[in-house]
Design a protein around this ligand. Structure first.
Ligand SMILES: NC(=O)c1ccc[n+]([C@@H]2O[C@H](COP(=O)([O-])OP(=O)(O)OC[C@H]3O[C@@H](n4cnc5c(N)ncnc54)[C@H](OP(=O)(O)O)[C@@H]3O)[C@@H](O)[C@H]2O)c1
Length: 333
């Protein structure tokens, strides 16, 4: 008999790829998905998936969902939200899912997608980051702080439980239906640092073609299909439990990004990003969106050898492929 896999957040950027990959794996018999908005699995051609509306803040809805599952994949999260809303959904939602999965008699594996942001943006981070580096988070960036806090919650809630726990830490995800993080990284906010003579020389009109500052920092992307293959490997127990970084093999710069989205890139000193981050830190009221500037402050390159060696994971897409796929959009329009 095949496995029943419960998935929170099956309709998100990673969720749709993860469920598609789980649908294709013959070891999976049934998928139980839950998110808040209406959704019809048939609209995606999914045959094993049963969808229900529910909120991870509602413990009885979570208990019902995980109670019938062999494996729980927790993806429901607020990435771009206010400090208050994201903290409420992310911390309480994670606590509910982690505690109730640990208590569910049938569940044998729990897969949680954390993020490289859980390490935090620190000057002394080693490059590349391995999973042995503590997930310290960065207090000045709500998402990073919450990702680190959720990993601590996970350890507490599952301690002593008869459950294999997998923590996946993808870098920024980019693909045909995965644009949220790439679009919201603060490159355009930092564009005011590009001197106006340069902008004029490029013949750009503000609002028509953005000029993005390129401090030269290299970064990684990962395609959602590659995150999905790691989720399947973890959900099916194809390697030992533990934390796994996920990123494509190559790195790109803001100039590569600018070319792909039809913007100009202008080289700027890396210190300007640090200055922007310092200025954001000094604001008396910090809009959550502005805090994303910390995400590009220091290079955050993830070492993925553990996922390769232990899960047999191989990313099939480069960062450049992921970027191209993102700009091309969904195949069926
Ligand atoms: N996208 C990236 O670049 C990236 C990178 C690294 C890590 N991650 C992590 O991967 C996970 C999945 O990310 P994603 O990109 O797929 O996010 P997403 O596209 O924003 O999707 C979020 C999903 O969670 C559901 N959801 C949100 N709040 C919920 C609630 N209170 N109760 C139930 N369902 C809820 C959403 O559906 P409804 O709104 O209908 O409820 C949706 O299905 C997150 O933990 C994220 O931090 C993402």
């Amino acid at each position: 008999m095949g496995l029943t896999v419960a998935v929170t957040g099956p309709t998100g950027e990673i969720g749709t790829s993860a469920v598609r990959a789980l649908e294709e794996d013959e070891r999976v018999e049934r998928i139980l998905g839950m998110a808040r908005r209406p959704f019809d699995p048939a609209s995606r051609g999914w045959r094993k998936t049963e969808y229900r509306r529910g909120d991870v803040l509602d413990r009885s809805a979570v208990r019902d969902l995980v109670g019938g599952a062999d494996v729980v994949v927790h993806l429901a999260y607020v990435i771009m939200g206010s400090h208050q809303e994201s903290e409420r959904v992310n911390l309480t939602g994670c606590r509910n899912v982690f505690e109730l999965t640990a208590a569910a008699p049938r569940a044998r594996r729990l897969v949680y997608t954390s993020s490289v942001a859980a390490y935090g943006y620190h000057r002394d981070n080693p490059a590349p980051l391995t999973e042995d580096v503590p997930a310290r988070g960065s207090a000045e960036h709500y998402y990073s702080a919450q990702k680190a806090a959720c990993e601590r919650l996970l350890a507490e809630a599952t301690e002593g439980a008869d459950l294999d726990v997998y923590v996946l830490r993808p870098c920024v995800v980019a693909g045909p239906e995965a644009t949220v993080l790439v679009r919201n990284l603060p490159w355009e906010q930092a564009a005011s640092y590009v001197p106006s003579p340069v902008r004029r020389a490029l013949g750009t009109v503000p609002g028509l073609k953005p000029v993005l500052p390129d401090p030269g920092t290299r970064f990684q992307l990962v395609h959602p299909a590659d995150v999905a293959s790691a989720i399947v490997a973890a959900a099916l127990g194809d390697g030992p439990p533990g934390a796994y970084n996920l990123a494509a093999d190559d790195t790109i710069t803001v100039s590569d990004f600018a070319r792909a989205v039809g913007a100009y890139a202008v080289p700027v000193p890396a210190e300007l990003v640090g200055m922007t981050a310092e200025l954001v830190g000094l604001l008396p009221v910090k809009p959550a969106r502005l805090e994303w500037v910390h995400a590009v402050r220091y290079p955050m390159l993830a070492d993925t050898s553990r996922a390769r060696d232990r899960l047999g994971w191989r990313p099939r897409h480069s960062s450049r492929d992921a970027l191209e796929a993102m700009t091309a959009g969904p195949e069926d329009g």
